[in-house]
Design a protein around this ligand. Structure first.
Ligand code: IMP
Ligand code: MG
Length: 174
């Protein structure tokens, strides 16, 4: 994809402001608690890094990686875990951090997967939410931006592994 085929949706300044607001809300909600952040690779790595540095509460960090198999750019119904967490979450307050929720299949699968380890609490924070595209019912507890349909890149999000490094978020033009 050549330059000019994508347009800016959220600038790094807007993202930084919204991430700060989310961090403040999370810090207040979990005051006096030490939470475990579980980021979903790869897309969420930049959001996790910015979010935890904007929070005023201590946390530990772990990552999972999930893959969904299907054809083309559409997510399929089948989600598998390709990298599990390496910490025990039993009795802990856990916050899953994701870049974008689309069909909801990944989060639904992951929430179920982690709930089986009996955390004390389990919530989800996503930077972006394409609510209208859900195939399964799923509501995140913290949402940065609700977005319309369209493929987004930058700030960790990729199109065939490209554009993750961009500081702003763009929508790919049809
Ligand atoms: P879901 O299981 O359909 O909710 O898919 C969520 C995953 O699909 C996210 O973690 C992203 O990796 C990927 N994804 C969905 N929409 C986009 C997008 O617009 N840009 C980049 N990745 C996306
Ligand atoms: Mg992702």
């Amino acid at each position: 994809m050549e330059d000019g085929q994508k347009e800016i949706l959220y600038s790094n300044i807007e993202i930084k402001k919204r991430v700060g607001e989310l961090a403040d809300k999370i810090s207040a909600d979990y005051a006096d608690k030490e939470i475990i952040i579980i980021g979903i690779l790869k897309g969420a790595f930049i959001f996790v890094a910015d979010l935890i540095r904007a929070m005023s509460i201590p946390c530990s960090v772990d990552f999972v990686r999930c893959a969904s198999y299907g054809t083309g750019s559409e997510s399929s119904e089948k989600v598998v875990m390709t990298k599990d967490i390496e910490t025990s979450i039993k009795g802990q307050d856990v916050l899953i951090v994701e870049d974008i929720v689309d069909t909801g299949l990944t989060l639904k699968y992951l929430v179920h997967w982690l709930e089986e380890r009996n955390p004390r609490s389990l919530k989800v924070c996503t930077l972006l939410d394409k609510r209208k595209r859900r195939k399964v019912e799923f509501e995140a507890d913290y949402v940065g931006f609700s977005v319309a349909d369209g493929f987004l890149v930058g700030y960790g999000l990729d199109y065939s592994e490209r554009y993750r490094f961009l500081p702003d978020i763009y929508v790919i033009k049809e």
